[in-house]
Design a protein around this ligand. Structure first.
Ligand SMILES: Cc1cc2nc3c(=O)[nH]c(=O)nc-3n(C[C@H](O)[C@H](O)[C@H](O)COP(=O)(O)O)c2cc1C
Length: 189
């Protein structure tokens, strides 16, 4: 079985737990190699919003990169991989990506993902959204990215916050053809 290399970035939007859960789930999936970036702002949201230490989150990943290290392997198109997800994605990172303002490894790796025509998924988190945010999202889609907002579904009758988080994480994994049982599909009743 060929290993899938996935770049997973956690930016400083609210909802760091989505990215953490994604790394936690994938640490037990042998066919997926995770390459993680945690932005400087995300270190703060992880501390504010969760019980996880930064080291624990870093250790979930197979490879971890400093967001300031723009010379890391994932900053180059020559690093072959199956794509990248930014979960959650702040409006600042979204803006950086859409404008190719590559002043950190997160935006650079995302820009590279787009230019190499690999799959780039962002899970944006902000509310309400002004027209500028919406225009940035539209431009991202125009450039080949996918917008997968962490909007919960209710048809699978979520009982806990974990059910809601796992559903979004599962929707992202679906996009990368990674098998999971994180949420009950409609066809499963
Ligand atoms: C507790 C907390 C929650 C935040 N929530 C959001 C959010 O939901 N969406 C957003 O765009 N920015 C949010 N921010 C602001 C970002 O962290 C800030 O814009 C930061 O510069 C983003 O940097 P990054 O994209 O490099 O991680 C939040 C900040 C804090 C401290």
């Amino acid at each position: 079985m060929q290993t899938k290399k996935l770049i997973i970035a956690i930016s400083g939007a609210s909802g760091a737990i989505y990215g953490i859960r994604m790394l936690e789930v994938l640490k037990d999936v042998k066919s997926v190699e995770t390459h993680a970036i945690i932005s400087t702002a995300a270190e703060k949201t992880i501390k504010f919003e969760t019980e996880y230490s930064i080291d624990t989150v870093r250790n979930f990943a197979d490879f971890y990169y400093d967001p300031a290290d723009i010379s890391a392997s994932i900053a180059s198109g020559s690093f072959l991989n199956s794509g990248m997800v930014i979960i959650p994605c702040s409006m600042k990172s979204l803006s950086g990506i859409v404008n190719s303002y590559n002043d950190n490894l997160l935006t650079r790796a995302a820009d590279v993902t787009l230019k190499e025509k690999r799959k780039l998924i962002i899970c944006p988190r902000e509310t309400p959204l002004h027209k500028g945010h919406l225009e940035l999202l539209l431009r991202l889609v125009d450039y080949g990215g996918m917008v997968l907002p962490p909007f919960p579904a209710f048809y699978h009758s979520p009982q806990t916050l974990s059910d809601i988080i796992d559903q979004t994480v599962g929707k992202v994994l679906d996009q990368f053809d990674i098998k999971h049982s994180l949420y009950k599909r409609w066809s499963e009743g």
